[in-house]
Design a protein around this ligand. Structure first.
Ligand code: FAD
Length: 312
C-alpha cells in the first residue's frame, strides 16, 4: 500500500528537520512533520524499524493527539488496538483492586475503585503499532544504520555526526532516541545530572499468557478487562493486547502482566529475581482469595512464557 498522499505532498517550508531515533515517538513525529509539509529526515541507529516489548497502553490524551496528527495515524492505531472485552467495560480504564488482604480486613481482589475515561483502556502490541506507522512513511525519509554520536550547533543550524563518519547539516534536530538519549547527553553535557537515565528503584516483570489460559485461571471478567491489584510495595496490572488472529486462525489474545516492586531494590541496589520478588509477592498477596489463586498460577505461567526479547 502506498503511503497516503497527505504524507507525500510537496514540501513547502524553507527549513529542514533531523529526527534522531525511529521508535514510536520518532516515527509519529516524522509523520506529523510531513503532514505539515515540513522537510524531514529520520535517522535510526538500527538496520531497520523494530520494536521490543509487548503491550503499551494509550490514554485518551494520546489517542486525541494521534487523531490530530492525522486520521491515518489514528486509523493505524485503531486497526491494532485492543480494548476491554466486555461492552460494559468499554469506558473503564482500570478496575483497581486490593492485592493484599491487609491483615484480613480486605478480600483479595475486592474492588477499590473503577476509573472510567473516554475510550477506556486501549492497548496495542508495540511492534504491530510500529508496523502501522511504518506503512504510512514514504520511501527515502528514513536512514538506517545511522547512530548519532555528536552534534554541533552554529548560526546556520546543526551538524549531526554519526558513528560511521557521516555528517549532515539540518536547520534543527529533534531527539527521539529513547531513554538513553545521546541527543540529550550531548545537549546537556555529560556531567549534567539529567544527562543519564538513572535507576528509579522500580522494576517490572512481564509475562504474556494466551487468553484462553488466562480465562481458565482468572475467570472472564478479570482476564478480559484491565485490572490493577495493589499490594505492599508493588502492584500487578493485567490487560488484553492483540485482538488479531494468527495465521492458522487460532485465538491469540494475550494478557500482559507487569509486576513492580520498588522497595527491595532501592535499598540494596540489586535487581531482585522474579521468583523471589514479583511472582512470590503475588502468591503471598493472593494467598486468601479463590480467584487470586488463579493469579498466582498466572504469575507462574508468565514465567514459563518469557518473550524472546526479554527486555520489557
Ligand atoms: C514495561 C514497560 C511498560 C510500558 N508501558 C507503557 C504504557 O503502557 N504506556 C506508555 O505510554 N508507555 C509505556 N512504557 C514506556 C514506553 O514504552 C516508552 O516511553 C516508549 O516506547 C518510548 O518510545 P520512544 O520512541 O521515545 O523511544 P524508543 O522506543 O526507545 O525508540 C528510540 C529509538 O532511537 C534509536 N536510537 C537510540 N539511540 C540512537 C542514536 N544515538 N542514534 C540514532 N538512533 C538512536 C533506537 O534504536 C530506537 O529505535 C512502558 C515501558 C516499559 C519498559
Amino acid at each position: 500500500m502506498a503511503p497516503p498522499s497527505e504524507f507525500t505532498q510537496p514540501l513547502s517550508k524553507p527549513f529542514n528537520i533531523a529526527v534522531v531515533g525511529g521508535g514510536i515517538s520518532g516515527l509519529t513525529l516524522t509523520l506529523a512533520l510531513l503532514k505539515q509539509r515540513i522537510p524531514v529526515t529520520l535517522y535510526e541507529a538500527a538496520p531497520r524499524f523494530g520494536e521490543i516489548g509487548a503491550g503499551i497502553a494509550f490514554g485518551p490524551n494520546a489517542q486525541r493527539a494521534m487523531s490530530l496528527i492525522s486520521p491515518y495515524v489514528y486509523a493505524g492505531f485503531e486497526r491494532v488496538a485492543t480494548r476491554n472485552q466486555w461492552p460494559s467495560k468499554k469506558e473503564v480504564w482500570f478496575d483497581f483492586r486490593y492485592g493484599e488482604s491487609c491483615g484480613d480486613r480486605r478480600k483479595v481482589g475486592e474492588k477499590i475503585y473503577t476509573l472510567e475515561c473516554e475510550g477506556g483502556s486501549t492497548s496495542v502490541h508495540r511492534a504491530h503499532f510500529l508496523d502501522e506507522m511504518v506503512k504510512l512513511l514514504p520511501d527515502g525519509i528514513a536512514n538506517f544504520n545511522k547512530r548519532l554520536v555528536d552534534f554541533a550547533q552554529d548560526d546556520n543550524g546543526v551538524v549531526l555526526k554519526f558513528q560511521d563518519g557521516m555528517e549532515t547539516r539540518h536547520d534543527a534536530l529533534i531527539g527521539t532516541d529513547g531513554i538513553r538519549s545521546r541527543v540529550r547527553m550531548v545537549m546537556l553535557g555529560e556531567n549534567d545530572p539529567a544527562a543519564k537515565a538513572v535507576f528509579s528503584g522500580k522494576i517490572a516483570y512481564r509475562g504474556l499468557i494466551p487468553m484462553d489460559k488466562a480465562v481458565e485461571l482468572l475467570g472472564e471478567e478479570y482476564a478480559k478487562n484491565s485490572q490493577m491489584y495493589f499490594g505492599l510495595h508493588g502492584h500487578v496490572l493485567t490487560f488484553c493486547i492483540e485482538k488479531g488472529k494468527t495465521m492458522n486462525g487460532m485465538q491469540c489474545f494475550l494478557l500482559s502482566v507487569i509486576l513492580m516492586h520498588p522497595a527491595d531494590c532501592s535499598k540494596s541496589g540489586r535487581v531482585p529475581q522474579p521468583r523471589k520478588l514479583g511472582f512470590a509477592a503475588v502468591g503471598r498477596s493472593c494467598a486468601n482469595g479463590e480467584d487470586v489463586q488463579g493469579l498466582r498460577r498466572l504469575g507462574r505461567l508468565g514465567q514459563e512464557h518469557p518473550q524472546p526479547d526479554g527486555n520489557d
